[in-house]
Structures are given as structure tokens and as C-alpha cells.
Design a binder for this molecule. Structure first.
Ligand SMILES: [Zn+2]
Length: 121
């Protein structure tokens, strides 16, 4: 499952970064994902809930921002977004040689968490 491996690496990255920064609990993870990755937000959410069973991620929510697929025509340099039919044809001049310049995004925008707020030590 594609989404499961994405989420696994996202969680690993956040966990490493949280530990480096003294964060004990992660509250929110914001993920930016382009439609070229073919990852489905619902499946990502499902994978996230399936994977994060430990204390650090107990109350964490996953927020996903989807990015459209953006192309630039190699003939007239017109930029356009590809619709859900995935037709990679320039709407301006009808050329079918286009460069994909957006939509492959797959990164953690940011995450939020708490340092040890126990306070009793
Ligand atoms: Zn064009």
C-alpha cells in the first residue's frame, strides 16, 4: 500500500525531529501532497491512524493540503492545471508536449507538539 509507506516515512521523520527538539507529544502534522503522487487523502488518514499507536502521536491529527497538477506548455509557455481526467494537453494552443511543474509535492509542511509539560520533576 502506497499511502502506508508514505505515512511510515512521515512519522519516522517527525519522530526524529521531535526527539531532536525535545518534543514529547506531537499534536498536529501538516502534510503537503501533490496529486501526481496518486496518494489518496482518505487512505493517508487511515494509514496515519493505523500507524500512530504510541504515546508521542496519541493525540496527533494529520492535516493534508492537496496540490493540483500544474503544467507548462513547451510550445507557448502557458501554465495550466490538469483536471481529474489527467489530460496533459495545453488548453491554449492544443499542444501535447507539456512539462509538469507542480503536483509532485510530498513533504511535511510543519508539525506542532509539546515539550515535556509534566512540571513535577
Ligand atoms: Zn500551449
Amino acid at each position: 500500500m502506497h499511502e502506508l509507506s508514505i505515512i511510515q516515512s512521515v512519522v519516522d521523520t517527525v519522530r526524529d525531529s521531535a526527539q531532536e527538539n525535545g518534543i514529547k507529544r506531537v499534536n498536529k502534522v501538516k502534510l503537503v501532497i501533490g496529486k501526481m503522487t496518486m496518494a489518496l487523502p482518505d487512505s493517508l488518514q487511515f494509514a496515519f491512524e493505523a500507524i500512530v499507536i504510541d504515546e508521542m502521536f496519541e493525540n496527533a491529527v494529520l492535516e493534508i493540503e492537496e496540490r493540483e497538477i500544474t503544467c507548462e506548455c513547451s510550445s507557448c509557455q502557458h501554465c495550466f492545471q490538469v483536471d481529474d481526467a489527467y489530460r496533459f494537453i495545453c488548453p491554449n494552443c492544443g499542444h501535447d508536449r507539456v512539462d509538469i511543474i507542480g503536483g509532485r509535492e510530498l513533504y511535511i509542511d510543519y508539525f506542532e507538539g509539546d515539550e515535556d509539560i509534566d512540571g513535577t520533576s
